[in-house]
Design a binder for this molecule. Structure first.
Ligand code: ADE
Length: 241
């Protein structure tokens, strides 16, 4: 997969692409990432990319002609173009999975003080990473980049992706490693039993328990299997005690 990021702050991505799983994916040529400083598309001598708002008011507005040229100069035949903005659709794991199937992504980092409304007509998608306002879209782009790249085939182990929180609509079950006892806190016996059927059942039930406790909204949307309904009933009975 190819991912191009259009930004005014390329340095903000160097840490993200220079470390750990993302770096390994780049080194292994599973993903190609290009960070493009779109200030180079500015026509004026001082390299301005924004201008005062029509109709007056505070702040500066990102110019549409510069972005249009930057997009056209960098997009391929099959590029899914995303604009990061607090007005976009709310990002989640399902969208990350959808984006990880694309051939090429272009992420345009929105601007702290706003952008010309016509820029919206150049993009396929607008994404928000939450109901808060960042100073720019760069952190949002990093979030999208990180969560998409780890889902591309051969970047991380398939089993660990399948167990992720949200990947099956539930929060992930609790995990433990050695020591078996620490400050009086024990690893549950079942996880040391070697009985794979019991371990699977324990994990599903604990996944449901975590989701009920922390994100009951996820369960409201879910069509439960018979097994899940049974465990949820048991959990609710246990909670009454
Ligand atoms: N730019 C500023 N705030 C943002 C947000 N919450 N999500 C995506 N892009 C943004």
């Amino acid at each position: 997969m190819k991912i191009k990021i259009l930004t005014l702050f390329p340095n903000m991505f160097m840490q993200e692409i220079g470390e750990s799983i993302i770096k390994r994916a780049i080194d292994n040529k599973v993903v190609e990432i290009e960070i493009i400083d779109f200030r180079k598309y500015s026509k004026d001598k001082s390299h301005h990319v924004d201008d005062t708002p029509c109709g007056g008011g505070a702040g500066m507005v990102l110019k549409c002609d510069i972005l249009d040229e930057a997009i056209n100069d960098n997009k391929g035949n099959n590029t899914h173009i995303i604009l990061t903005t607090p007005q976009g659709r709310m990002y989640n794991q399902k969208i990350a999975e959808e984006l990880s199937q694309k051939e090429e992504l272009m992420i345009i980092c929105g601007h702290y003080e706003g952008f010309d409304e016509r820029i919206r007509s150049f993009v396929d998608d607008e994404i928000s990473i939450g109901d808060f306002v960042l100073t720019g879209g760069e952190l949002a782009a990093c979030v999208i980049l990180d969560s998409v790249v780890r889902l591309i085939d051969n970047v991380i182990n398939k089993n660990s992706k399948d167990d992720d929180s949200f990947s099956n609509g539930l929060l992930e079950y609790p995990q433990y490693t050695r020591p078996v006892e620490y400050k009086g806190m024990m690893v549950p016996d079942v996880l040391l039993s070697g009985n794979h059927k019991n371990i699977r059942e324990y994990r599903l039930k604990e996944s449901l328990r975590k989701t009920l406790e922390r994100r009951p909204d996820l369960l409201e949307k879910r069509i439960l299997t018979d097994e899940e309904s049974k465990y949820l009933k048991e959990i609710k009975e246990e909670n009454k005690k």
